[in-house]
Design a protein around this ligand. Structure first.
Ligand SMILES: [Zn+2]
Length: 124
């Protein structure tokens, strides 16, 4: 069985350097506290920009543009525009990550998902 908490080849999602060994059995995702803070601050500021668009997209995603109801048509139009805008914005964020030499977030997100981190954030 593979130890998923093995940090030997794990890279910092902020700078791409190895994160180093775990300390006191704690999960270690970042190479340093400054990288953790920088990553969190960037995630917070990027999240603020897209959260309303994502909520509207989620709320209106089943609205049909072919509906006879003008309100339904409006919701479908707003959905499409919100999706287009959020795609454009997140592409900009990804481009900035690449330009800054930051690594892909696939490994980081996979680990969070495996630990149920995203689910936990929705619970009180
Ligand atoms: Zn780092």
């Amino acid at each position: 069985m593979t130890d998923q908490t093995d940090n030997a080849t794990k890279l910092c999602p902020n700078c791409g350097k190895p994160v180093g060994e775990r300390t006191r059995g704690m999960r270690k995702s970042f190479c340093s506290s400054s990288c953790r803070l920088e990553f969190r601050n960037r995630s917070n500021s990027e999240g603020k920009v897209v959260i309303s668009l994502l909520k509207v997209w989620m709320e209106t995603r089943h609205a049909s543009p072919k509906s006879e109801d003008p309100e339904e048509q409006r919701r479908a139009r707003v959905c499409k525009e919100a999706r287009r805008e959020v795609t454009k914005i997140v592409r900009t964020f990804r481009d900035r990550d690449e330009e800054a030499g930051r690594p892909s977030l696939v490994d980081y997100v996979e680990e969070l998902l495996a630990e149920g981190m995203y689910d936990d954030r929705t619970r009180k």
